[in-house]
Design a protein around this ligand. Structure first.
Ligand SMILES: [Zn+2]
Length: 320
């Protein structure tokens, strides 16, 4: 289904859902990625700490902000749940102090295989290589027959999309090999940036030990599940569950990487130990919502005015 079809379908539900909301208080789950001050934000996933605080103040004034353990409990008024994806260390340095100060709960979804490793997420590593002004200067960067850099008249984002399609279909170990090869050909050292650091286990523990904060899984290697062999899906999903358990952080909550899943993913989830799985459909959770397909609105680098509008509209948007 295309984005525009989703939008038309969603908008047509506005009046029906506005009525439903009168007798069944809905829940809107928000998905954040990074809380940091940044000069560039190519993927539009970063919210500054100041903007984040202003969003929370408005949310707390207008809604009940609930913790993950209350997700299936009946609600008297519309509620918000805060979640964070991936495990960037700025969630501990940028978001946690604000959340703690405002006494608001939040749930963090970890790609457990990245914790305590000194490397960047695949998309960040590709961005670092492709946006480097020196990349491909010595010799054209060609990978698997595709001339990636320099490409006259094209933005590095175009080449990013082509590489991403190629790499995300690979196994995690093949991805790591591909990244080393591309990095070497581009002449850009594979040095992770402190600004793109992923949490250490100590940081995960300091998040989890703060009152109101909980942790869930997001596969081990940020594995895009949809369309992949069922055995690989099971191993990535169950693997993340076992990592959390080994750290003493066993959890019923999971979020599909990039919101992408299929029937095999749901079966893998049901066998894994997890009991709730979150998508990235921008609408509200209602009593009839399946716990394996809980909708969630991802928050981008928006103005406060846009944020309020998107939140209000998501409460009345429908999907089915
Ligand atoms: Zn993710």
């Amino acid at each position: 289904m295309s984005w525009s079809m989703d939008r038309i379908k969603g908008v047509s539900h506005f009046p029906v859902n506005a009525l439903r909301n009168l007798w069944e208080a809905p829940l809107l789950v928000l998905g954040y990625h990074r809380i940091a001050n940044f000069e560039t934000d190519p993927f539009g996933i970063t919210v500054t700490p100041e903007a984040f605080r202003r969003q929370l103040v408005w949310l707390a004034e207008n809604f009940d902000v609930i913790g993950a353990e209350d997700i299936m409990k009946p609600r008297r008024r519309p509620a918000i749940m805060l979640t964070f994806d991936d495990g960037y260390s700025d969630n501990v340095t940028g978001a946690l102090p604000v959340l703690h100060q405002m006494r608001l709960p939040a749930l963090l979804f970890l790609a457990t295989g990245y914790v305590n490793r000194k490397r960047e997420f695949l998309w960040d590593a590709l961005e670092r290589i492709l946006s480097d002004g020196n990349a491909g200067r010595r010799a054209p960067l060609v990978y698997r027959g595709i001339r990636l850099l320099p490409e006259p008249g094209r933005n590095w984002m175009d080449t990013f999309d082509r590489l991403w399609d190629l790499l995300q279909a690979m196994s995690p170990s093949a991805q790591a090999r591909a990244l080393r090869e591309i990095s070497g050909k581009a002449g850009v050292p594979a040095r992770p940036r402190p600004s793109h650091r992923i949490m250490s286990l100590g940081e995960v523990r300091s998040w989890a030990s703060t009152p109101g904060m909980s942790v869930g899984g997001h596969t081990r290697s940020h594995f895009i599940l949809a369309g992949r062999p069922p055995a690989s899906q099971r191993s990535e999903v169950r693997g993340s569950y076992l990592d959390l358990r080994r750290w003493g952080l066993e959890s019923p909550y999971f979020a599909y990487p990039n919101g992408q899943y299929d029937q095999a993913s749901i079966l893998a989830l049901k066998d894994s130990g997890y009991r709730f799985a979150f998508t990235t459909r921008s609408c509200a959770v209602r009593r009839s919502t399946s716990p394996w397909e809980l909708p969630r609105m991802l928050v981008g680098s928006w103005t406060l005015g846009d944020f309020k509008g998107y939140v209000r509209r998501a409460f009345v948007r429908g999907w089915r």
